[in-house]
Design a protein around this ligand. Sequence first.
Ligand code: URA
Length: 242
Amino acid sequence: MRLDKFLVDCGVGSRTEVKQLLKQKKITVNGKKETAGKLQIDPAKDQVTFMGEDLVHETFVYYLLNKPAGVISATEDDHHQTVLDLLDETARHKEVFPVGRLDIDTHGLLLLTNNGKLAHAMLSPKKHVDKLYRAHVTGIMTREDVVRFKAGIELKDFTTLPAELEILEVDQEAKTCLVQIRIAEGKFHQVKRMVAACGKEVVDLERISMGPLSLDPTLELGEWRRLKPSELKSLEVFGVPL
Ligand code: URA
């Protein structure tokens, strides 16, 4: 593999930045300062360092994004900003994609990776990966709605699996409430449709967890970070190479 490609893959910087860093003699290969991006290296054998730190070539990368509203869960779009536009050069270079979709107006946790097997496992309808949402609702959800959620809600095209509805706050005057909803599926507009089936309307939707991953409260809307080793470890339950 070319040294410059290796460096971009490792997240050291963009192609242009990597070129600069090489020129500035900031990269060493097997202890020797190296300036030629086209140098062929063996990532398994050669020791490459940047600012004194060993670089490890990653096949798979994992990004945890706090998706803002107004951005679409796709890799390309002619009209809207996509979640990929919010990530770094490495993410685009590694061709990450979102694991499932959030509606354009939904915000919160979104995992992006280039690990297709993991995405497949997490999205498989057989796996029933739990997703937890927090929703601001117009109309007051009731104990009857909790029971309906628990039984599974009949929608036009399918009946949902049993789901959990927890009423967190009620504003009697404004006739609104804040609820938490846990579903084990991920069908199109599912949460909004389940709430609508109870005669109320979701006006703001945030995803706060998906399987073992939770939204990091330190991430502002639009911010992201790579998964931590402990989070990566938690994904081992899906039984695919990470
Ligand atoms: N359910 C919805 O209705 N929208 C989402 O974005 C996610 C779940």
